[in-house]
Design a protein around this ligand. Structure first.
Ligand code: C2E
Ligand code: CA
Ligand code: CA
Ligand code: CA
Length: 275
């Protein structure tokens, strides 16, 4: 190998190789992660905007890696989407979440994230129908969260899939609302049950007058269309106060609870903590 300068090409290549190598290795490890039981679901409560009562738990996947520790979805879902591993992972999420929800002490809803490639590639309706049947779960207890990305390509087919899901009796939420390029036009293509205001708006509530104006507009828009509105990423009491004043239906965020294994939220656990 040719000798290079202090910050020369060789160093650059070496770091490129290292990150490519890490990617390939992660990919290989991810392929066996389900069988090894390394994928887990954490849950985060969504509470009623007025009463504060828990209505729904959103399932958020994590990879409990034996040597690398807890890997967040942002570090492996894109990888899974690029390699097709998302099909198996997505199926596992649905099956696990349905099993979990069927065992809960109260009939809370369970909200599932579905990424665009998963939505396009897999038989989501069939997988969810199966999860409902196997666990004797009421379809009304399932919420499917999609982003506008599912509607960008092959819109007609995507709308058909959403309608088939709707026919199953599950609810459909438009996630990350307001961040995309054409959230508004997508509201015309399909009648969602709910929109989730992206946390980038909520973060600026209380700091920025425009954020309040935008959030108010989104809440009113949703309500005028007959949709439920959830705010995600609520971290402060000020944000909560403002959202309650705006009449936001549902609140999710670290202020209420961080995502955690379901055991952190059970009756038994609460009893233990307060005992
Ligand atoms: P998302 O669906 O928008 O989920 C909300 C993210 O915000 C979660 O990050 C959650 O932990 C985080 N969060 C909740 N409350 C707060 C808060 O008050 N402040 C802040 N700063 N963050 C908050 P997480 O768990 O890392 O998930 C990231 C993304 O990964 C999700 O974004 C979703 O797009 C994707 N994802 C998670 N689970 C799954 C899954 O099972 N399947 C698929 N396809 N994607 C998933
Ligand atoms: Ca979500
Ligand atoms: Ca979101
Ligand atoms: Ca997101």
């Amino acid at each position: 190998v040719k000798q290079e300068g202090r910050c020369g090409l060789r160093f650059y290549e070496a770091s490129m190789n290292a990150s490519l190598q890490l990617r390939l290795q992660l990919e290989q490890e991810l392929a066996g992660a389900i069988e090894r039981g390394e994928l887990i679901l954490h849950y985060q409560p969504l509470v009623n905007g007025i009463t504060g009562e828990v209505e729904t738990f959103e399932a958020l996947i994590r990879w409990q890696h034996p040597s690398r520790g807890m890997i967040p979805p942002s570090d492996f879902i894109p990888l899974a989407e690029g390699t097709g591993l998302i099909d198996g992972i997505g199926r596992w999420v649905v099956e696990q979440a349905c099993r979990d929800a069927a065992a809960w002490e109260q009939p809370w809803r369970v909200s599932l994230n579905v990424s665009p490639s998963q939505f396009r590639r897999s038989d989501l309706t069939g997988i969810i129908a199966n999860g409902l049947r196997v666990n004797a779960l009421n379809p009304e207890r399932i919420v499917v969260e999609v982003t506008e990305g599912v509607l960008i390509e092959d819109t007609a087919k995507a709308v058909m899939t959403l309608n088939r899901l709707r026919d199953l009796g599950v609810r459909i939420a438009l996630d990350d609302f307001g961040t995309g390029y054409s959230s508004l036009s997508y509201l015309q293509l399909f009648r969602f049950d709910k929109i989730k205001i992206d946390k980038s708006f909520i973060r600026k509530l209380g700091q920025n007058e425009d954020a309040l104006t935008l959030t108010r507009a989104i809440v009113n828009l949703g309500h005028n269309l007959g949709l439920h509105v959830t705010a995600e990423g609520v971290e402060t009491q000020t944000q909560l106060d403002m959202l309650q004043t705006l009449g936001c239906d549902q609140i999710q965020g670290f202020l209420v609870a961080r995502p955690a294994p379901m055991g952190a939220f059970t009756e038994l656990n609460r009893a233990r903590v307060s005992a």
